[in-house]
Design a protein around this ligand. Structure first.
Ligand code: AMP
Ligand code: ZN
Length: 484
């Protein structure tokens, strides 16, 4: 265990709280996973980068971590507040494909992004459809006291639990998306925990239940998967900030109903002690929307020549509770920063090989890092400490490399294995080879050195015509990326 207490911002209390594990020495974390009806956009991936850094921090602090991330392959409607169609069924109908094939394809695509972003594998990926019998049991246990049946399904009556919506700071009848969409609901915020298949229809995914053939509600899924695998109460539940408004208040309401033996209003029976939410990655022109043609997927970044870890770096530069605006310039700057780190580590290795040594109190940097990360996962400050460790030449290379390894175990930038060459990705649309680019760059450098600016400009234009934008501002000299 490190010495600095870990403080985390709890959305339930809207305060920083010291992390006190439910089970001594352990940390149990549940992260709301993707709905696998389409590729994740990079905003979605910000949620998993955050959860990963949180998990790595808990490991760094000595806790035995059990992290669970779910895969939602049934039940998530196009509108979080119980309206619209099932996202999976809709995509399957549009594509005339089996839902199971769609789920498999997009789950694998999501896992590829997880790997590319160096997000650690959780202890378990829970797949929603594998938990349907447990969901039916959970619903049976709370149905009598907390639910009522309508033609369309079994609904949770939010007035039966104390303090509904305190996570969202919303009153029962207010809040976004709470327009009464289902006739017969007792409260606008009531939500379906089981949705019956309408008469005359069949769904690709449906199960028998005491409330008719149908499918579970999305909120029910997370209550059941988290409770079954981690046990109530567990330590931390994470998700994007949008979940603070509807999905998580509804999970909490179900958990309160399920754990009723402790009364209805203690933090313990909210299911998790701490609820954490990452803010959004925003992009002003709407390219994040999955309905726009070329939306911002990680693969698009790679196709344009950006190493995926540049995106991880972009996320780490901001605090997880701040909104982060995406721009290609910002991503380029993050890539440059990552390159500097990688080159710094390469230099340290060279110095280590030369046998440079000395004495230096590197522990103070580890302490500074620990303090930063323990203060609600302050990754941007942690990065600054990392840069000091790499940049302060008085630190003997052996010690510096050791400190880099400890810090990077939390930040996850793969600094011990990445080489500078790995960060050069050829843009998909570039029409010349890397060797040709290098040769043109060298010629252009010579021309500039000789103050022959007309040749230099001509070479630059030639490169631009082939899809390569020269980045003169890059302090590392050699750089190129695909022009817009
Ligand atoms: P979904 O697949 O829609 O359930 O979303 C997966 C995760 O991404 C959830 O935790 C969302 O809250 C989160 N999320 C969605 N959009 C963004 C965004 N633009 N920035 C950060 N997180 C997001
Ligand atoms: Zn969830």
């Amino acid at each position: 265990m490190t010495t600095t207490p870990l403080h985390l911002f709890n959305s339930l209390t809207r305060k920083l709280e010291e992390f006190q594990p439910v089970h001594p020495g352990e940390a149990r974390v549940y992260t709301c996973g993707p709905t696998v009806y389409n590729y994740p956009h990079i905003g979605n991936m910000r949620a998993y980068v955050f959860a990963d850094v949180l998990g790595r921090t808990l490991s760094f602090k000595g806790y035995d971590l059990t992290h669970v991330i779910n895969i939602t392959d049934v039940g998530h409607l196009t509108d979080d507040a119980d309206a619209g169609e099932d996202k999976m069924e809709k995509m399957a109908a549009e594509r005339a494909q089996s839902i199971w094939d769609i789920a498999r394809h997009y789950t694998e695509a999501y896992w590829a992004d997880v790997k590319a972003l160096n997000i650690r594998q959780p202890a378990r990926w829970t797949i929603a459809t594998e938990f349907v019998p447990a969901m039916i049991e959970f619903a049976k246990g709370i149905a009598d006291r907390h639910c009522y049946e309508l033609d369309s399904g079994l609904y949770f009556d939010v007035s039966t639990v104390a303090d509904y919506g305190r996570l969202a700071r919303a009153h029962t009848d207010e809040g976004e998306g709470r327009i009464e969409t289902v006739e017969g609901k007792r409260n606008a915020a009531d939500f379906a925990i089981w949705r019956k298949t309408p008469p005359g229809e069949t769904r690709q995914m449906e199960w028998d239940s005491p409330w008719g053939r149908g499918a579970p509600g999305w909120h029910l899924e997370c209550s059941v998967m988290s409770g079954e695998v981690l046990g109530f109460p567990f330590d931390i539940h994470t998700g994007g900030i949008d979940h603070r408004e509807i999905h998580h208040p509804n999970e909490i309401a179900q958990n309160q109903a399920h754990c009723c033996t402790n009364g209805l209003d203690t933090a313990e029976n909210s299911g998790a002690r701490i609820w954490m939410h990452n803010n959004f990655l925003v992009e002003r022109s709407g390219k994040m929307s999955k309905s726009s043609g070329e939306f911002l997927r990680l693969q698009l970044l790679i196709d344009k020549g950006y190493h995926p870890l540049a995106y991880r770096m972009l996320c780490l530069q901001a605090h997880y509770r701040s909104e982060l605006e995406f721009s290609w310039e910002g991503l380029g700057a993050a890539l440059t920063r990552l390159k500097r780190l990688v080159m710094g580590v390469e230099k340290l290795r060279e110095r280590e090989e030369k046998g440079q040594d000395g004495t230096f109190d590197v522990a103070k940097y580890i302490r500074a890092f620990d303090e930063a990360i323990s203060q609600d996962i302050n990754t941007s400050e942690a990065l600054t400490v990392l840069e000091l460790v790499i940049g302060v030449s008085a630190i003997p290379p052996v010690q510096a490399l050791d400190a880099v390894e400890k810090i990077d175990a939390v930040l996850g930038l793969e600094l011990s294995s990445l080489a500078r060459a790995d960060l050069r990705i050829r843009p998909k649309a570039a029409t010349i080879t890397e060797a040709e680019i290098e040769a043109t760059f060298a010629a252009r450098k010579e021309a500039r050195a000789a103050k022959d600016f007309s040749t230099s400009d001509r070479l630059r234009d030639e490169l631009a015509a082939k899809g390569v934008e020269v980045m003169d501002g890059d302090p590392l000299g050699w750089d190129w990326r695909l022009g817009e």
